[in-house]
Ligand binder design. Structure first.
Ligand SMILES: Nc1nc2c(ncn2[C@@H]2O[C@H](COP(=O)(O)OP(=O)(O)OP(=O)(O)O)[C@@H](O)[C@H]2O)c(=O)[nH]1
Ligand SMILES: [Mg+2]
Length: 456
């Protein structure tokens, strides 16, 4: 299947899975041209709407209706003409803006901003109990500040804080957080087992399109390690956000898709410093989505706290200021998840797109935030050894010299050692075998105990 048809198939699956939600008019505003609509169109489409028109405006935001009055009239006409049931606004609306826009449109027209639309997409795709709870939680986190603003504006319910809708929402949020924490996560259980078996855990995290999945493919044991690795079905936008990409329509629908799908975490086995580690891919942070929203869906991020090392993959082809901002947000999210600072390794990926000066600029940009960032190119395989060395430094390590009688049990122990740890040397000295191993302390301890048990 060609890349295009594969992307097309993704969109079709996305759309067919939904009951037709009706028609939508998309509306976008920017202080300066150009006003892009590809992404909001793609999001509306992914939410099951047929996009029947668009209205754009270049001007400063109107505090009342977001768009200027004339533009709101035009929007109302377009909705009437196309019999659309939704206006999808590419931005974040205040409750007041939502209410006033709604009032200016034909009766019954729904108004969604970008975040509300993303929530609708998630809600549509939530089939498991866990996903449904996550969607409800995200929805309430979205509603809460809006409810607060509304009650502040109206001065309503101020005196009777207990028992207000705000109170109810807060309680429900706490309730959902508890329920979610109690639900067993299959992926988590799986990893707990692997951990028990002595695997080291490494998590890859960062903004979408940084190259996390490509890096994981490249490092995974079950894939060939040479040659450029193109992840399927993806294009290579010049910059991080899908909106800037000519293919933004297709790209964004798959972003919405993948945001959700990555909840089913991808874990692969790789070899670091001669020992097996489990590498976990995580959902990418999406630029322009608030991170509480991404966080709501990313149980994989809470795994980061349990990992021995967290590789923060950043796209170094972003302009320096944007790179710094993204690294900062990612580190804040890690911190909120309880990730130990010393466990983080920052990788500045895609340096193949930059000259030496530009790389130095990127390094300076993250200076003070991320100590010793490793500039890498997954595509060209540049500096991956340095990255792995930095990861290896963070893995808890013990070294042992074991001696046991040269018998069948020694052979079995050697093969177990190769499976689970780095074997530095094996020497057969007539009656005995000397093995030097390095690995996770629990693994080395077990090998030591086995060696002792095999010795008379
Ligand atoms: N030039 C260049 N492109 C790269 C490099 N590594 C990855 N890419 C490209 O960047 C794009 C995004 O890579 P992914 O691995 O899918 O990114 P990701 O971080 O997993 O993104 P999400 O899954 O959306 O969070 C793909 O088109 C890759 O081919 C690199 O070293 N150099
Ligand atoms: Mg990915």
């Amino acid at each position: 299947m060609s890349r295009d048809s594969r992307q097309h198939a993704t969109i079709e699956r996305t759309t067919n899975a939904r009951t037709g939600a009706g028609g939508a008019v998309v509306a976008a505003r920017a202080a300066e041209p150009p006003v892009e609509t590809a992404e909001i169109r793609a999001l509306a489409d992914a939410a099951g709407y047929e996009v029947r028109g668009e209205v754009t405006q270049v001007r400063a935001e109107d505090p009342g209706t977001y768009f200027g009055a004339g533009k709101v009239d035009e929007l109302a006409d377009r909705v009437a003409e196309t019999e659309a049931s939704l206006v999808a606004v590419d931005g974040e609306l205040t409750p007041r803006q939502t209410t006033e826009l709604r009032a200016a449109l034909p009766e019954g027209t729904e108004v969604f901003d970008r975040y509300r639309l993303v929530l609708a997409i998630f809600a549509d795709q939530a089939t498991t109990r866990r996903a449904q709870l996550q969607v409800e939680l995200a929805r309430l986190r979205y509603d809460l500040p809006r409810l607060k603003e509304r009650s502040d504006v109206g001065g309503l319910n101020k005196r009777v804080e207990k028992g207000t809708p705000i109170d109810g929402v807060k309680n429900r949020i706490a309730d959902l957080e508890r329920k979610l924490a109690d639900l067993p996560s299959p992926a988590e259980q799986h990893r707990a087992e692997r951990r028990e078996q002595g695997f080291d855990l490494v998590t890859f995290a960062g903004y979408t399109n940084a190259g996390k999945s490509t890096l994981l493919h490249r490092l995974a044991d079950d894939l060939e390690l040479d040659g450029p690795d193109e992840s399927p079905g993806k294009t290579d936008p010049e910059r991080g956000t899908a909106a800037n990409h000519p293919d933004a329509a297709t790209e964004t629908a798959t972003v919405a898709d993948r945001l959700f799908e990555t909840l089913e975490t991808t874990t692969r086995r790789a070899t670091v410093d001669g020992r097996p580690v489990l590498c976990t891919d995580t959902v990418g942070f999406v630029a322009d989505l608030p991170h509480w929203l991404v966080e709501s869906f990313s149980e994989t991020l809470s795994d980061a706290a349990a990992a021995d090392a967290v590789v923060l993959v950043a796209d170094a082809s972003d302009p320096p200021a944007e790179l710094r901002e993204k690294v900062q947000v990612a580190l804040d999210v890690f911190d909120a998840q309880g990730v130990d600072e010393s466990a983080v390794v920052t990788a500045l990926n895609k340096v193949d797109l930059l000259d030496d000066d530009a790389v130095a600029e990127r390094r300076d940009a993250v200076d003070g935030l991320a100590p010793n960032p490793v500039p890498i190119s997954v595509r060209e395989g540049r500096n991956l050894d340095r990255l792995l060395a930095a990861v290896a430094e963070r893995l808890p390590t013990e070294r042992a010299e074991l001696t046991l009688p040269n018998c069948d049990e020694a052979m079995r122990l050697v093969s177990r050692a190769y499976d689970r740890a780095a074997v530095e040397s094996v020497e057969y000295e007539g009656e005995t075998v000397d093995i030097v191993v390095r690995g996770r302390p629990s693994v080395v301890e077990r090998l030591r105990a086995d060696a002792e048990a095999a010795s008379p």
